[in-house]
Design a protein around this ligand. Structure first.
Ligand code: PGA
Length: 253
């Protein structure tokens, strides 16, 4: 079977200014000798997409965004469309992050519409799903995640599957230092894989399923060596070049 090329996505959240170009430069310099067996996407705030995109040209690192609107243009003050992100140089967009689902009331229905419009603009849609602490305690975590996946996925023509990435991010693991036990992680990731394969056997088995939530260089090998974990969505640690390099080194040959 064809091997999946892993992907590591750095989510800078609402952190970073123009002066932080130096972090991207440092990352690119350090990555050069590593010969990574993984794709890398850095998602800074929207204000930095254009300048970072010109820095990473021809480097193997891509720049992504953290959200987009459900429409391509229109009277939506303060919003950014997927085509504007492409225009600024983005190759991917994170959608349905729990911080947006919680703080901005984003439902899976909205996420699904955003994914569709992101695909239309030519972006890779990184769709985030994950259960809360309450659902986990009730023993309903895995079921919740699969239902959320089903509701967040757009109908996709075959050509869009290669631009779909799923990120499993348990809400209780984000920024807390807690991570799922290996068996727990493997169970959820294999349920996600089964669900994707039920939609398309051919494409579902090749879709990258990332893990996100307190990924650090110190826990990366335990998390990323699990079956059906095809990379990571990294928040806080992606802001520190050395930490991110420590994580990426897992895929260095
Ligand atoms: P964290 O965040 O790595 O800081 O836990 C992950 C995320 O929210 O994407």
């Amino acid at each position: 079977m064809e091997r999946i090329l892993p992907l590591v996505v750095g989510n800078w959240k609402m952190n970073g200014h123009f002066a932080d170009e130096c972090r991207i430069r440092a990352l690119l310099c350090s990555l050069e000798p590593l010969s990574l067996r993984a794709d890398v996407i850095i998602c800074p705030p929207a204000t930095l997409i254009r300048s970072f995109s010109s820095l990473v040209k021809e480097s193997g690192v891509a720049i992504g965004a953290q959200d987009c609107h459900t429409a391509l243009s229109g009277p939506y003050t303060g919003d950014i469309s997927s085509s504007m992100l492409v225009d600024a140089g983005a190759k991917a967009v994170i959608l349905g992050h729990s911080e947006r689902r919680i703080a901005h009331g984003e439902t899976s229905h909205i996420v699904r519409k955003k994914a569709k419009i992101a695909h239309q603009a030519g972006l890779t849609a990184i769709i985030c799903i994950g259960e809360s602490e309450a659902e986990r305690v009730r023993g309903e975590g895995a079921r919740f995640v699969v239902d959320q996946l089903r509701a967040s996925l757009p109908d996709m023509p075959d050509c869009c599957w290669s631009r779909l990435v799923i990120a499993y991010e348990p809400v209780w693991a984000i920024g807390t230092g807690d991570v799922p036990a290996p068996a727990e992680l493997e169970e959820v990731h294999s349920m996600i894989r089964e669900e994707l394969q039920s939609l398309s056997l051919e494409y579902g088995r090749k879709t990258r399923i990332l893990y996100g939530g307190s990924v650090r260089s110190s826990n990366v090998s335990a998390l990323l060596s699990m079956k059906n974990v095809d990379g990571a969505l990294v928040g806080g640690a992606s802001l520190q070049v050395n930490e991110l390099l420590g994580i990426l080194s897992f895929y260095a040959s």
